[in-house]
Design a protein around this ligand. Structure first.
Ligand code: IPE
Ligand code: IPE
Ligand code: MG
Ligand code: MG
Ligand code: MG
Length: 338
């Protein structure tokens, strides 16, 4: 039976933006040793807080139903992991803190808008049919299906509009637009969503779940979740001006982080608490979703998660101790509950 989240009165508890942005002392560890939630949370909150004014400025309220719906979906919580990756990667390459790069914040807004659109559509009755998201009713529940479809469409296009206005350098602009377009569409997230639904067997005449092997599931998850995560890292690398060697290492990090992120999401669905997750859990199995958990059980999925996190952490070796936040974000996948 699906476990339904109660509505959070006030955003998701773990990522309350009113908390202090004190970054605290971060440990540097060379292994995939799991991390306590509190060790990366301040940094996640820090980036989410610095991004928020940019998101709000892009989505100014004006009583327009479409814009209100877009604001509901974007400003209503979320961990802002993709913006974290754009900003943290740019910061890593540029070196000096704080990051004073409007371009990086605009790119972070753009990718968060694509992500929020993907969540709105993912929750629609025709897709995963979910009622709760980020501790609140999903957009089609709070508004209606047509508004939700159109708000998603408008966020997708707005993301690209933001990128056309993010830097006067046309070449740089085009590189970012191409990265986001490729990661979002038929070579990326949308293709993955199609595979995810196909794996349920819903497009087959006999409606039985297709049998997928490990390589198929990795391919599916790389597309539906990994593509945008990798895109976030690549955008940060482009903005920061990463060397080919740095870019190569960051690509390996992003591939592993993307896979770890989705395995963690699948584990949260399998064994997580709906209130903490801010969305219903225990739904994937009922829907016939094919995941690492469905293939190998929770234990097997967790083993794969740990190996993948280890690979992500090791890929950052060339940065020595300068990539601690990024390494800790990867470690956080082992313990995250939302
Ligand atoms: C959920 O993404 C959808 C997946 C790709 C697994 P997040 O877990 O990043 O959701 P928010 O943005 O924090 O709500
Ligand atoms: C969603 O994956 C991936 C995208 C939105 C692209 P899920 O369907 O597993 O995400 P949740 O569990 O609904 O957040
Ligand atoms: Mg889905
Ligand atoms: Mg879903
Ligand atoms: Mg899920």
């Amino acid at each position: 039976m699906p476990k339904i989240a109660r509505t959070h009165k006030n955003n998701i508890k773990l990522f309350n933006l009113d908390q202090s942005s004190n970054l605290g002392q971060l440990k540097f560890m060379t292994s995939a040793e799991p991390l306590k939630q509190s060790e990366i949370e301040p940094r996640i909150i820090y980036w989410a807080k610095t991004l928020e004014p940019y998101l709000k400025a892009t989505l100014k309220a004006d009583g327009n139903r479409l814009l209100e719906a877009m604001r509901y979906a974007v400003l209503g919580g979320g961990k802002r992991i993709r913006p974290f990756l754009v900003l943290e990667t740019a910061q890593l390459i540029i070196g000096q803190e704080p990051l004073e790069d409007t371009l990086a914040y605009k790119a972070a807004c753009a990718i968060e808008m694509v992500h929020c659109y993907s969540l709105i559509h993912d929750d629609l009755p025709a897709m995963d049919n979910d009622d709760m998201r980020r501790g609140l009713p999903t957009l089609h529940k709070a508004y209606d299906e047509a508004t939700a479809i159109l708000a998603g469409d408008a966020l997708l296009t707005l993301a690209f509009e933001i990128l056309t206005d993010c830097t006067p350098e046309a070449g740089l602009q085009l590189m970012l637009i191409k990265e986001l377009a490729q990661a979002s569409g038929v070579q990326g997230m949308v293709a993955g969503q199609m595979l995810d639904l196909a794996a349920e067997g819903r497009f087959e005449a006999n409606k039985t779940s297709k049998s997928l092997n490990q390589a198929d599931v990795i391919h599916l998850q790389n597309l539906k979740t990994g593509a945008l995560i990798k895109c976030a890292v690549r955008m940060g690398a482009i903005i920061g001006g990463a060397t080919p060697e740095q870019s190569k290492a960051l690509d390996v990090y992003a591939d592993n982080l993307g896979l770890a992120f989705q395995i963690a999401d699948d584990l949260i669905d399998h064994e997580g608490d709906a209130d903490t997750a801010g969305k219903a859990t225990a739904k994937d199995a009922d829907k016939g979703k094919v995941t690492f958990v469905s293939l190998f059980g929770a234990k097997g999925a967790r083993q794969k998660l740990e190996i993948t996190v280890q690979d992500a952490v090791e890929s950052l070796d060339i940065f020595e101790d300068r990539a601690t936040y990024m390494a800790n974000l990867a470690r956080h996948m082992i313990v995250r509950k939302s």
